[in-house]
Design a binder for this molecule. Structure first.
Ligand code: 5GP
Length: 217
C-alpha cells in the first residue's frame, strides 16, 4: 500500500540548514544539512510502535537489535512499545537481544559481512522475532541476516527498518515496518556512523565532503 515505504523523502529534498537546529560543535564543519530532525524520527517511531502493537500485540516477541547502528532506533522503539503497553489493555512481552554486523568501510559497502553474537541465537527457536535495523541500503545485509536467523527456526520473523534507501542496485527488499524511504546519499547520526564518528549526533544528517575527508581511514 501507500504507506509501505514509510515517509518518502524525495531526491530533491535539500534538508534543513544546520543553523536552524542544535548539534555538537565538534561536527560543525562535517555536515551538509539536517536531513531528518530528531523530533521527526521520534514521531515516526511512535507510529511504528503502534503498528507493531496492532500486528503483534498479545504475542511474546524477541527484539533482535542489529548493532551498532540500530541501537538508538531499537531503544526508542522499545520505549514507545513500553509506553503503549502500560497505557492500554494490550500487552507485548518483550525480550531484547543483540547481534553485531559490519560491512562498511568509509562510505562503501564491502562484500564480506561479519556477524558477531550469531552463535548464540538458539534462543530464537520457536519465537516471534522482530529484527530492528537502522538502515537498508542494497538489502544484502538484511538478506544475509534473515537467512541466518531463519536457520534457528523462529515461529515468525518481522523486520523494522528506520531508513530504506532508493538504490538502483537494490534487492528490492522492504522491511515489514519502514520509517522513511530516503534518497541514495550517505547519512549519519542517530547512531549511524561514518567510521565510528557521528553516533553522538541526534539528528540524521548528510555528511559533508570535508567530513568524509576528515574521518577517512
Ligand atoms: P546493505 O547491505 O543494505 O547495502 O547495507 C546495509 C548496511 O550498510 C547498514 O546496516 C549500514 O551499516 C550501512 N549503511 C548503508 N547506507 C548507509 C548510510 O547512508 N549511512 C550509514 N551510516 N551507514 C549506511
Amino acid at each position: 500500500t501507500d504507506t509501505d515505504k514509510g515517509i518518502v523523502i524525495p531526491d530533491n529534498w535539500p534538508g534543513y540548514p544546520l543553523d536552524l537546529f542544535t548539534f555538537p560543535e565538534h561536527y560543525s564543519e562535517d555536515l551538509d544539512c539536517v536531513y531528518i530532525p530528531h523530533g521527526v524520527i521520534m514521531d515516526r517511531t511512535e507510529r511504528l510502535a503502534r503498528n507493531i502493537m496492532e500486528d503483534l500485540g498479545d504475542h511474546d516477541i524477541v527484539v533482535l537489535c542489529v548493532l551498532k547502528g540500530g541501537y538508538q532506533f531499537c531503544a526508542d522503539l522499545v520505549d514507545c512499545i513500553k509506553v503503549l503497553c502500560r497505557n492500554s489493555n494490550k500487552t507485548l512481552p518483550m525480550r531484547v537481544d543483540f547481534i553485531r554486523l559490519k560491512s562498511y568501510l568509509n562510505d562503501q559497502s564491502t562484500p564480506d559481512l561479519h556477524i558477531e553474537g550469531a552463535e548464540n541465537l538458539s534462543g530464537l527457536s520457536g519465537k516471534n522475532v522482530l529484527i530492528v535495523e537502522a538502515i537498508v541500503d542494497t538489502g544484502k545485509t538484511m538478506k544475509t541476516l534473515l537467512d541466518h536467523v531463519e536457520a534457528f527456526r523462529p515461529k515468525m520473523i518481522k523486520v523494522a527498518g528506520l531508513l530504506v534507501k532508493r538504490v538502483p542496485s537494490g534487492t528490492g527488499y522492504l522491511p515489514d515496518y519502514v520509517g522513511f524511504e530516503i534518497s541514495n546519499r550517505f547519512v549519519v547520526g542517530y547512531a549511524l556512523d561514518y567510521n565510528e564518528y557521528f553516533r553522538d549526533l541526534n539528528h540524521i544528517c548528510v555528511i559533508s565532503d570535508r567530513g568524509k575527508q576528515k574521518y577517512k581511514i
